[in-house]
Design a protein around this ligand. Structure first.
Ligand SMILES: NC(=O)C1=CN([C@@H]2O[C@H](COP(=O)(O)OP(=O)(O)OC[C@H]3O[C@@H](n4cnc5c(N)ncnc54)[C@H](O)[C@@H]3O)[C@@H](O)[C@H]2O)[C@H](O)CC1
Ligand SMILES: [K+]
Length: 218
């Protein structure tokens, strides 16, 4: 997946922000579909591309009248790249941010886990590990791409890991996602076949008119 991203970003497009927009919009829709009529969502956002997708979903959910609260693992001034860009828009929108993760998680109809994706490197550190523990108190938890703390390739959990009610993974199913409790969905983030071909993946789009598909894990 990382090689696919590299080819897209450095050779063909789409660029990271474009893919992230598709990720975030699919995530917002998937969360709304999971809990029709939901009124409040808390987004737990990490520092990388996974967090950026969660922040993008926060914008879409707010635009659709949902009361959104964002919890970041760090000061927003310490975000960078596309994730910082997502935050800047939320700041302009005056979206609620809190450092009280427990209250924000307990009070929300749905919690989005956008802490860590395929960039997981070792056991979640103290701060993110604390959020992973707090996420267990969610009424309904939706993970973006990979349940935070789970290795996308091997499925191993080097430390704590969330246990989502559903997971929306992006572009391609990851080999580490075979042992999840809740349902798994696959979201189209707009990567064309030429990108997969350049990476040597024999790819035929499964989407056929849909942007999110349910996956059956065998
Ligand atoms: N083609 C796609 O599938 C796309 C996926 N997108 C999303 O981006 C993430 C991958 O982004 P990346 O920045 O590479 O990694 P992460 O967000 O998972 O995390 C990196 C970030 O987290 C820190 N970190 C790593 N391990 C730990 C740890 N154990 N404890 C604490 N912090 C940790 C690390 O230092 C970095 O700061 C993918 O999953 C998708 O959600 C793109 O949106 C579009 C293309
Ligand atoms: K995640």
């Amino acid at each position: 997946m990382r090689r696919v991203d590299d080819v897209a970003v450095s050779e063909t497009g789409p660029q990271l922000l474009q893919m992230m927009e598709n990720a975030g919009r699919n995530l917002a829709r998937n969360a709304m579909a999971a809990r029709p009529g939901l009124r409040s969502v808390t987004v737990l956002a990490g520092p990388g591309g996974n967090g950026g997708g969660g922040l993008c979903a926060a914008r879409h959910l707010t635009n659709h009248g949902i009361d959104v609260t964002v919890v970041l693992d760090r000061d927003p001034d310490d975000l960078s790249g596309a994730t910082a860009t997502q935050w800047e828009t939320l700041e302009a929108m005056d979206v609620q941010r809190t450092t009280d993760a427990t209250a924000a998680v307990v009070e929300a109809d749905v919690v989005i886990d956008a802490l860590l994706g395929y960039g997981l490197d070792g056991a979640p550190d103290d701060r993110i590990g604390e959020f992973v523990d707090i996420a267990a108190k969610a009424a309904y938890l939706v993970s973006l791409d990979v349940p935070s703390g789970v290795d996308a390739t091997t499925g191993e959990r080097p430390g704590v890991a969330v246990e989502p009610d559903r997971t929306l993974t992006l572009a391609l199913p990851k080999t580490g996602l075979t042992d999840l409790d809740g349902p798994l969905y696959l979201g189209d983030i707009g990567i064309p076949a030429v990108v997969y071909e350049q990476v040597g993946i024999d790819y035929e789009s499964p989407f056929e008119g849909e942007y999110v598909l349910p996956l059956v894990v065998e």
